[in-house]
Design a protein around this ligand. Structure first.
Ligand code: GDP
Length: 424
């Protein structure tokens, strides 16, 4: 069995969680390889409705091993909240089916504070951070100023390391932001309340992955957010602080030798974007409100209304290319059923010139969308399970998008439930 990555092609919230939940059946191991609890996957299955933030979406399958890789921002406090919520709904989560990489860095209590302090300092120039501490966390990780989860097994070393970090971080907190300093007592409390509880899940997950690879088991790599939020390839600086690319999966998961056979890119049948930053195809006014309501576009983590627009061919083609997607899952097709005519952003114009190329970030604010309209189908398609049973206009929409983005659409999702899917 081959390995597969499920990634977002656009700005995130494409419906990756529902695709991972659907496809985990075929895989033995599911790994989250980047990001933290700053976004959410919504999964609806026979066990209920779940908003996952950090937990891999494979936790609902009995024999699946779920791994949080070294590339994630591991926030013990938020992870435990999430574990408790899921367990309360009857899902079994034990060190047998959930494993945290000993090389994952811990998001420390001051990362969330620093996120908030910096957003407040930026005031009207803020980035729209979810204030989960992700940017301060990754900055510190790359400065090697974090604690690895595996250090929880070495208490003496851990306390010395924490004391050094505390001294260093208090300089920033007090001298840069004029905030209260942290104390070792506060960190001890954090260790006892949260870290001790996650410790049993922490192990050498690289070894488990290597063994799975050797045994020919299938590994599913699960990404957070999408191409346009990638730190290096996205709409800098309105990106996240990690790499959302499939190419990062082997590094962030703990299996650098992994070969990814299949990259399933998830694309929404229209566009959404949370937070600040350029969003060329954005719709406004009543038209936007109607689409937002139809798709229930409010953030899974923050409840913030998402910005909406038509499908953006320029951005999507770029996303497909950088992810090296081998196939596409087109989600939320059912949401478009109310439209008479379906808008599509087919090109951009930059300085009055039409272009098919996704612009350099600094040019994005000057780009204008070119909108064309395709026929709507105006009927409920949520019970359709075969492509040929879709109305012709819906089939044509799928074929049009497929042709323009240059990648086969092999799944069409027509509802949030696990089985609301058309295999093509
Ligand atoms: P993710 O982070 O990429 O997993 O995306 P989110 O979970 O934030 O957003 C996707 C939302 O759309 C969730 O509420 C899903 O339940 C829902 N969803 C996914 N696929 C479909 C679909 O085909 N139709 C409808 N109506 N909702 C869907």
């Amino acid at each position: 069995m081959g390995n597969c990555a499920i990634v977002g092609i656009n700005w995130g919230d494409e419906g990756k969680g529902r695709m991972v939940d659907l496809l985990t059946e075929k895989y033995d191991v599911v790994v989250r390889y980047q990001g933290g609890g700053n976004a959410g996957h919504t999964v609806i299955n026979e066990q209920g409705k779940f908003a996952l933030h950090l937990l891999p979406s494979g936790i609902f399958r009995k024999d699946t091993i779920n791994i949080l890789g070294n590339g994630v921002a591991l926030d013990p406090e938020n992870l435990l909240k999430e574990i408790d919520e899921v367990v309360e709904k009857g899902v079994s989560l034990t060190p047998e089916n959930l494993k945290i990489s000993d090389r994952a860095s811990l998001l420390l209590p001051w990362h969330r504070d620093l996120d908030e302090l910096e957003e407040n300092r930026l005031a009207d120039k803020k980035f729209g951070s979810t204030k989960q501490g992700i940017a301060p966390f990754y900055s510190d990780k790359y400065q090697k100023k974090t604690i690895l989860a595996g250090e929880l097994y070495y208490p003496e070393h851990l306390r010395k390391h924490l004391a050094d970090l505390l001294e260093w971080k208090n300089l920033t907190l007090t001298k840069v932001y004029g905030a209260e300093p942290y104390t070792m007592e506060k960190l001890e409390e954090w260790l006892t309340t949260y870290c001790e509880r996650i410790k049993p899940f922490v192990c050498n997950t690289g070894k488990i992955l290597k063994e799975a690879q050797k045994a020919g088991k299938g590994i599913l790599f699960e990404a957070q957010l999408g191409s346009l939020r990638d730190l290096d390839y996205g709409i800098h600086p309105y990106t996240t602080s990690s790499n959302t690319m499939a190419a990062y999966a082997p590094i962030g998961s703990g299996l650098p030798s992994a070969k990814i056979d299949d990259v399933i890119g998830v694309v929404k049948a229209y566009s959404t974007c949370v937070g600040e930053g350029p969003f060329v195809c954005e719709m406004f006014g009543d038209e936007a409100e109607e689409l937002r309501k139809a798709g229930f576009e409010y953030g899974a983590k923050t409840g913030r209304p998402r910005r909406v627009g038509p499908i953006d061919i320029v951005a999507t083609r770029y996303g497909v290319e950088v992810q090296a997607a081998t196939q596409i899952a087109l989600t939320k097709m059912d949401v478009l059923s109310y439209m008479d005519k379906i808008p599509v952003c087919t090109q951009y114009t930059v300085d009055g010139e039409p272009t098919d190329d996704f612009p350099f970030p600094a040019q994005l604010n000057d780009a204008k969308p070119v909108i064309e309209y395709l026929d709507g189908w105006k009927c409920d398609i949520s019970n359709v399970r075969k492509f040929e049973d879709l109305p012709v206009a819906a089939q044509d929409y799928v074929k049009y998008v497929e042709e323009r983005i240059g990648c086969p659409i092999t799944f069409v999702s027509v509802g949030p439930e696990r089985d609301s899917i058309i295999y093509r």
